[in-house]
Design a protein around this ligand. Structure first.
Ligand SMILES: [Zn+2]
Ligand SMILES: [Zn+2]
Length: 261
């Protein structure tokens, strides 16, 4: 694999559900032979939205300071970048735009974790899948992804086919293709997220079929482990890079919100 491996989806304990100091994630990246990493912790959102699973707004400056300290400590050894995993949720766009203007981010992932009030990737609420029509669920989900792509807020879309996490696969596919058209039209990349290999579905996001469709549309990929502990940094990146290369896909990273490579 000639392309250097860079992990662009990582969390920190500020989100309330990750462990390990930021410098331990950086050390893990060095130990794994990566060229760099971009922290993308769950961004603050309005107080009514998903508060237990993210940093508070009054912690944002601390997050930036912590990442800057790791940048200084690893300077010359590891390329450490500052990003966010932001949520796309209708009604919160102005709040997110304010955050994005507040600091010099390198990379911003746009993720959909909620359909309406349902946090569909939360194991606590997995029973809700049985109450839903899967085809309708995916149609609603991918309509939100289209909204995220068109919002102009993000550099990439996070874990594209996330509702498959617990094994509830998309019975259709048309809505996913429309979402990919929107992603390509907006010039975004896709987070190739290896966390799916650690979940019940046992498949990275997006699926090989969606990777092929993304490649057809010229959409590049940004590698991410979605690490919530240092031991997950660079998780199965050799497999990910091989899968993307075999599909004819291209790996990129972002610095200063500009696509690299
Ligand atoms: Zn998380
Ligand atoms: Zn996520």
């Amino acid at each position: 694999m000639s392309s250097p491996l860079f992990d662009s989806h990582l969390h920190t304990p500020l989100c309330g559900h990750a462990t390990g100091a930021p410098r331990e994630y950086a050390q893990a990246a060095l130990d794994a032979g990566l060229t760099g990493l971009c922290f993308t912790d769950h961004c603050p959102m309005p107080a009514w939205y998903d508060a237990p699973w993210r940093m508070r707004l009054d912690q944002l400056d601390q997050y930036v300071d912590e990442v800057r300290a790791v940048q200084d400590e690893f300077a010359g050894r590891l390329d450490v970048r500052l990003g966010l995993e932001a949520d796309f949720h209708p009604g919160t766009e102005r709040f997110v735009a304010g955050l994005l203007a507040a600091h010099d981010w390198d990379y911003v992932i746009g993720s959909v974790h909620y359909i309406g009030a349902w946090g569909f990737d939360n194991p606590e609420f997995v029973a809700e899948y049985e109450a839903r029509d899967l085809d309708g669920l995916y149609t609603d989900y991918y309509a939100l992804i289209e909204g995220a792509a068109r919002s102009g807020l993000f550099d990439s879309i996070g874990h594209l086919d996330l509702p498959k996490k617990f094994g509830h696969r998309d019975p259709g596919g048309a809505a996913a293709l429309r979402a990919l058209d929107a992603v390509a039209g907006a010039g975004l990349a896709l987070d190739f997220n290896t966390a799916g290999w650690r979940k019940p579905v046992a498949e990275a996001y997006p699926s090989p079929e969606l990777v092929a469709e993304a490649v057809k549309r010229g959409i590049p990929f940004v590698l991410g482990s979605d690490a919530h502990q240092p031991g997950e940094v660079g998780f199965r990146f050799a497999d990910a890079a091989a899968l993307i290369a075999d599909a004819g896909g291209r790996l990129v990273t972002y610095a200063g919100r500009v696509r690299q490579g």
